[in-house]
Write a protein that binds this ligand. Structure first.
Ligand SMILES: NC(=O)c1ccc[n+]([C@@H]2O[C@H](COP(=O)([O-])OP(=O)(O)OC[C@H]3O[C@@H](n4cnc5c(N)ncnc54)[C@H](OP(=O)(O)O)[C@@H]3O)[C@@H](O)[C@H]2O)c1
Length: 311
């Protein structure tokens, strides 16, 4: 499974998905959340060196400078690498100030995709925040604009007045939230909005021993691949764009093979069914109860969502 022989993917080999603004995004991305500053440049450099052409960062991750260093020193031309960052509302900064600072830290002339990190950042006025995003796009600071952690109601509010549709919504998506996210996924598809899936490896990282292990391990054994590859292939089978990360070279190489792994309908259905079984604990309901608990013990909503969203 982890072998020095795992081939290295060339950047242009990663398949791309066409977004509703006509631009094409590589179907798997490498994220920088929780990577400490002192190793961030090295880990992003390793990911790009091994073939990643899609980097996902955020104002809140506080390592845009290091990610930018690795991107600039990669030797790739600007159009060979896709860079997403997010307006996270840090220090009360608005979208334009955040985008300008991101550009400076990344050392880039434009951002491929800028996301509203969470709907609560709009302080109850999603249309106004989105209008600022549309202006950033019109002014050429960003090529594509999108959202993250938006629910159906948030999207309906945004779409009512939007001149430009978000190209995608970056959301928590793994087997243990699969059934509760299904209406959102359907709404996105109906509106030609793609989705990116973060924390897709939760069945391995924070919930090992859950019901998804059995089908995931069985598929991994049958195809002689790693369980994390099965889970990321499951995301792609649901038309999602997985955003993942790793400090380990062999895992990074394995991730890049994922777009070429074909799961059967039965494989996908077996993980869906196991995910549903595990939804009661550790899935959406579990997160919802965490938020509720946050309210009860006096944490602000912002602090509670930051625990899940990475800042
Ligand atoms: N928009 C948002 O609100 C939001 C929220 C969270 C995340 N994100 C984005 O999504 C990215 C990925 O998030 P994530 O870290 O939660 O994703 P993930 O893909 O679920 O987890 C990645 C982690 O899994 C570990 N891992 C891989 N295979 C494993 C295995 N077999 N057993 C145990 N651990 C394993 C890796 O550790 P090793 O280093 O040991 O390989 C790595 O740290 C972030 O960096 C960020 O860019 C966005």
């Amino acid at each position: 499974m982890y072998s020095e022989k795992t081939p290295i993917i060339q950047h242009a080999e990663t398949p791309k998905i066409k977004l509703n603004d006509g631009r094409k995004i590589p179907v798997i991305g490498f994220g920088t959340w929780k990577i400490p500053i002192e190793v961030a440049a090295g880990q992003v450099d390793q990911a790009i060196e091994l073939g990643f052409s899609h980097i996902d960062t955020a104002q809140a991750y506080r390592n845009e400078t290091e990610a930018g260093q690795a991107i600039r020193e990669s030797g790739l031309s600007r159009d060979e690498i896709w860079v997403t960052t997010k307006w996270s509302g840090l220090d009360g900064k608005g979208p334009r100030q955040s985008a300008e600072e991101s550009l400076e830290k990344l050392g880039l002339k434009y951002i491929d995709l800028l996301l509203i990190h969470h709907p609560r950042l709009a302080n109850g006025d999603i249309p106004a925040a989105w209008a600022e995003f549309e202006k950033l796009q019109a002014d050429g600071l960003v090529k594509s604009i999108g959202v993250s952690n938006f629910e159906i109601e948030d999207l309906k509010i945004l779409l009512k007045d939007a001149k430009v549709k978000p190209v995608l919504n970056q959301i928590l998506f793994h087997p243990y939230v699969y059934s509760s996210k299904a209406p959102l996924i359907e709404f996105l598809a109906e509106n030609d909005i793609a989705f990116e899936a973060y924390s897709g490896l939760i069945p391995l990282t924070s919930r090992p021993g859950g019901p998804a292990d059995k089908p995931v391990d069985a598929i991994a054994n049958r195809l002689s691949i790693a369980p994390e590859q099965v889970l990321l292939a499951w995301v792609i089978a649901h038309s999602g764009i997985p955003i993942t990360t790793s400090s380990k070279a062999e895992r990074v190489k394995n991730y890049l093979q994922v777009p070429f792994i074909k799961l059967t309908k039965e494989d996908v259905a077996s993980i869906d069914a196991a995910g549903k079984k595990g939804e009661e604990v550790g899935g959406a309901k579990w997160y919802a109860s965490r938020f509720a608990l946050g309210g009860l013990i006096g944490l602000s909503g912002v602090v509670a969502f930051r625990q899940v969203c990475g800042f």
